[in-house]
Design a protein around this ligand. Structure first.
Ligand SMILES: Cc1cc2nc3c(=O)[nH]c(=O)nc-3n(C[C@H](O)[C@H](O)[C@H](O)COP(=O)(O)O)c2cc1C
Length: 458
């Protein structure tokens, strides 16, 4: 009999949809021993001390493989699962994971589930695990026979890989951390701007991030709201309870500081900078928690029109997921992602200049209300939200539906009657062979004509 450790990263514990996919596998594989650990729901237990980890370590010792099962929560794995990953080394459990075969199984609506998997995979590879390709399901795949056949294949292949001790290629190279000991100087010409600046900072891990945050605040002339996540009262991560879906009221309400910070500091800000060290190829779990809890705003573009950037201590250039997650989040939110500054500079003076430049760019972007066209992240992300809120989740996300209806978010091409008529008419015309040949031969000139016409009028 084979033993598989199942690490459930859903805050909903046994009520997790993702876990149902594992329970399906259990029914199909009665001879396999599945040992479940609801680490996200029980995160307080795992944070309490190393003893709490003994049952898990014991299960890992008896296991041929580890399945990580989680939902995607705001572009990444849930904050509580990230916290669990942070605790592995300090609680002396890293050795128990190292060398084991592993794979991730997620459910989501596929909204940037690739980011969540890249972060998880990189972290598992850093733990020395042999990480196989993931299974990334839509929740509704559970009811699709073809998808469930694929799930069975995935699991059997996973067992076979562990039995055969199959060689597994890493997807991500090990990280090299920058070794700069940052010693900031005083800025000579701070930016003078009437714009409101907020820096959300996670500085617990020490290192360069504290001095970097201070330096950035000074570069803005000191008129900055610094939200120090360590000083906030936070009751917990998002529970996935979806109480917010109807009317944007979070179950935590005013019981902790998060709602107040969003309403009084982030909403009025023109510029937001998220600052923290790289931990497990992302920001620390507490920053993820802070970002995740804004799910009370469900799918509104909550950063609309703002200038947003990152300040990072650590190997940002090797952690594309960290950069891309914020770029995508900001774009979907109809805001401008102005980039990032990390401490990957050879000396403090160069980093000083980079921070000054960031402050100037953010301030001038805010003055100009700069909002360049989005790339695939923003365009595709908004289309997904539009379709999902209009479609299968409208009855749940009623607040989003009201917002989207009122602001013309439902810009489906089906409603564009002019475009539909034009297509109909032109497709009819192009059935005439002579016309078809003519258009084919003159296509590039035909397509560029309106652009040339506009240029000629300038
Ligand atoms: C707070 C929250 C954030 C979410 N964020 C995302 C997301 O960024 N991308 C996505 O595809 N799905 C997202 N979802 C949908 C969940 O991933 C999906 O409902 C999942 O199946 C829930 O699994 P679980 O029941 O195992 O927790 C989110 C759901 C919640 C509650």
């Amino acid at each position: 009999m084979e033993t598989i450790t199942v690490i459930n990263g859903s805050p909903k514990g046994k009520k997790s949809i993702s876990l149902k996919f594992v329970e399906y596998l259990q029914k199909k594989h009665p001879q396999t021993d599945f040992r479940h650990f609801h680490v996200a729901q029980d995160i307080r237990l795992y944070a309490r001390g190393a003893d709490a980890w003994n049952p898990l370590k014991e299960a890992l010792g008896a296991s041929q493989g580890v399945l990580w099962v989680f939902p995607v929560y705001v572009f990444q794995a849930p904050a509580s699962l990230m916290r669990f990953m942070e605790l592995i080394a300090p609680m002396g459990a890293a050795k128990a994971f190292s060398g084991l075969y592993t794979a991730c199984l997620s459910t989501s609506i596929h909204f940037y589930d690739n980011f969540a998997h890249d972060q998880m995979r990189g972290t598992l590879e850093d733990l020395g695990m042999s990480c196989l390709a993931p299974f990334q399901a839509d929740q509704d795949d559970f009811f699709k026979p073809q998808a469930m056949e694929a799930l069975e294949y995935f699991f059997e292949d996973f067992l076979q890989a562990a039995r055969d001790k199959r060689p597994v290629q890493r997807k991500f190279a090990p990280l090299t951390f920058p070794d700069l000991k940052y010693q900031p100087s005083e800025p000579t010409a701070p930016v003078s701007s009437g714009k409101k600046v907020a820096i959300v900072a996670e500085t617990e891990a020490g290192g360069n991030i504290g001095p970097m945050v201070e330096r950035l605040a000074k570069a803005f002339g000191g008129k900055v709201d610094i939200v120090d996540l360590q000083k906030l009262t936070i009751r917990g991560a998002c529970l996935g309870c979806m109480k917010c879906a109807f009317d944007n009221q979070c179950t935590y309400g005013d019981k902790d500081d998060i709602k107040r910070i969003y309403e009084t500091i982030l909403d009025p800000a023109d510029i937001i900078v998220y600052a923290g060290p790289v931990v497990n190829r992302f920001f620390p779990a507490r920053m993820k928690l802070f970002v995740e809890r804004r799910f009370m705003r469900t799918h509104y573009p909550f950063m609309k029109g703002k200038q947003v950037a990152l300040l990072v201590a650590g190997p940002l250039c090797q952690c594309h997921t960290l950069y891309d997650t914020f770029e995508a989040d900001v774009q979907v939110s109809e805001a401008h992602f102005a980039g990032a500054v990390s401490d990957e500079y050879p000396d403090s003076a160069s980093l000083d200049r980079a921070i000054d430049t960031l402050a100037r760019q953010l301030a001038s972007g805010a003055e100009a209300c700069y909002l360049p066209p989005d790339n695939f992240f923003g365009v595709a992300g908004r289309k997904m939200f539009r379709d999902e809120v209009w479609g299968r989740y409208r009855f749940v996300f009623q607040a989003d539906h009201r917002y989207y209806s009122l602001r013309g978010f439902y810009d489906f091409p089906q409603k564009d009657w002019r475009m539909r008529l034009r297509n109909f008419w032109n497709m009819l015309r192009l059935r005439i062979p002579r016309l078809r040949r003519q258009v084919r031969n003159t296509m590039p000139g035909f397509m560029v004509k309106p652009f040339v016409d506009k240029l000629n009028k300038l």
